[in-house]
Design a binder for this molecule. Structure first.
Ligand SMILES: CC(C)(COP(=O)(O)OP(=O)(O)OC[C@H]1O[C@@H](n2cnc3c(N)ncnc32)[C@H](O)[C@@H]1OP(=O)(O)O)[C@@H](O)C(=O)NCCC(=O)NCCS
Length: 190
């Protein structure tokens, strides 16, 4: 199995088009607590994962080699824990990428999101030539904002978009955070 990145406790690998990855992603989104600040709790249908979500992830690897959304598991053959993303799309300015994460509820509260994110940030700045990493979340998603802060990102702005789902706290908008390469301290030294 191809490994993208290892941390002390995690292994990140590319998604494949396998039935197992369809189930991994489906089960992750099938937990209303996981989707609370994304869709208001609504799940992603299995067919949508298979026919839209996974093909989009695979196409992104081809479009921007080295970037994308990575399946996370505990090291040495552990169970699927969720995903981390350091991604670019057609509109992303040169030298930038966006950080993201979504973990199974069983994995929360153990520092995994911070550990995986710091490793991706290190890779982005040290190996992938990035100058700026951004992240965004709902204003009321305090856990996600805390992960950003623990990774050294700073608050940039609050903004308001029209989302298809009505989510509690949505009226407070979304927040953007950033970390510039010039302000970055590699995790191993922090
Ligand atoms: C957000 C998420 C990735 C955090 O994962 P995690 O592995 O539990 O994160 P960590 O353990 O690394 O750190 C979480 C931090 O947030 C804090 N936190 C969690 N929930 C919080 C809340 N409701 N209010 C304030 N702080 C909170 C934790 O105490 C911890 O900070 P600390 O180490 O200073 O105590 C995880 O809850 C998740 O996948 N949620 C669902 C998907 C999602 O919302 N993704 C982000 C969308 S942008």
């Amino acid at each position: 199995m191809e490994v993208y990145l290892r941390t002390a406790r995690l292994e990140l690998r590319p998604f494949t088009g396998s039935a197992e990855d369809v189930e991994n992603l489906y089960a992750l989104d099938d937990d209303p607590a996981v989707m609370k600040y994304l869709t208001g709790g609504r799940s992603t249908p299995r067919e949508t994962v298979r026919d839209e979500v996974l093909p989009r992830l695979l196409a992104a690897y081809r479009r921007s080699p080295g970037f994308g959304c990575w399946a996370a598991a505990a090291r040495d053959g552990g169970a699927f824990l969720g995903w981390f993303a350091l991604s670019r799309d057609e509109s992303t300015p040169a030298g930038q990428a966006e950080l993201g994460y979504r973990l199974r509820q069983e994995a929360w509260g153990q520092g995994y999101a911070t550990e995986g994110s710091r490793a991706l940030i290190d890779k982005g700045f040290a190996e992938l030539g990035l100058g700026r990493i951004t992240a965004h979340t709902m204003t009321v998603n305090l856990g996600s904002r805390r992960v950003m802060e623990k990774c050294g990102l700073r608050y940039v702005r609050t903004f308001f978009l029209d989302w298809p789902d009505v989510i509690e706290g949505g009226e407070q908008g979304d927040v953007e955070y950033e970390l510039l390469q010039a302000d970055w301290t590699p995790s191993s030294r922090s």
